[in-house]
Design a protein around this ligand. Structure first.
Ligand code: DC
Length: 236
């Protein structure tokens, strides 16, 4: 049996990088431009952390968290426009807003370090990508979709990432948003955990294109990605 040709394979664009590098905005716009669904894998880890909290499962309990991933009923509902967030559902319940709190950010980083959690969510992520997608996370190009034809690693300097994350929180929470210093500390702690864990740490795939968004606008990053994806499609 021969391998399926590239033309027959679902198109997967993998975008990895640390928190606050602009992945979410960029991935959303790239997905809209290519007419592909957006697979926000951070949202899956966030939803798992939320469900664990509600069920009284500790974020350090690898086995119990692994059990929670079995048939985890996560679904995404496409956004009405590229600028608005897609809906994130666990079963019938929308958790779109609740999973974005600083507490759940920390929980997602903790639960995602456990091997039974990563293993348990692997097939779910691949099933959600069956028809192609723009996949955003930490290990898209390295572990979940190692054969993706287009891989990008989006970075930005820590100060720029903290400022962006802070601006997002101020836009959402107004005066109740944490201070810039608190956001910077939180990002540094999560980065260290996400990059230092033993299983599927945040790292750039050997065949990924690195893009530093510190001095690029989101539109410039989107354009660079689209140019590369379209050049690849033209060659295929
Ligand atoms: O991208 P995000 O901030 O929504 O991700 C939340 C956490 O989930 C992040 O701290 C690390 C983890 N994560 C992961 O380990 N692997 C992924 N593919 C996506 C997110």
């Amino acid at each position: 049996m021969s391998e399926p040709s590239d033309a027959a394979r679902p198109l997967i664009v993998a975008i990895d990088g640390p928190a606050g590098a602009g992945k979410t905005t960029v991935a959303r716009r790239v997905a809209a431009a290519l007419g592909l669904p957006l697979l926000d894998t951070g949202a899956i880890y966030r939803a798992l952390a939320l469900v664990a909290k509600r069920k009284g499962v500790d974020w350090s309990d690898a086995q119990a968290l692994g059990a929670l991933t079995q048939d985890f009923p996560i679904r995404f509902v496409p956004a009405p426009s590229p600028e608005s967030p897609q809906g994130v559902f666990v079963g019938e319940e929308a958790v779109t807003k609740e999973i974005r709190s600083p507490e759940i950010s920390e929980g997602a980083s903790q639960v995602s370090a456990h091997p039974p959690v990563r293993d348990g969510l692997l097939d779910i992520q691949r099933a959600l990508a069956a028809k192609g997608c723009v996949a955003e996370g930490r290990d898209m190009g390295t572990v979940v979709f190692p054969d993706a034809p287009h891989k990008f690693f989006l970075t930005a300097q820590p100060g720029a990432r903290a400022q962006r994350r802070h601006a997002e929180l101020v836009a959402r929470k107004g005066p109740e948003a944490p201070s810039l210093d608190a956001v910077a500390e939180d990002l540094a702690r999560r980065d260290a955990r996400d990059s230092g864990r033993e299983v599927a740490p945040l790292s750039q795939a050997a065949d990924a294109t690195a893009l530093d968004s510190t001095r690029l606008s989101a539109d410039e990053v989107v354009q660079a990605i689209l140019d590369q994806v379209r050049a690849g499609a033209a060659r295929a």
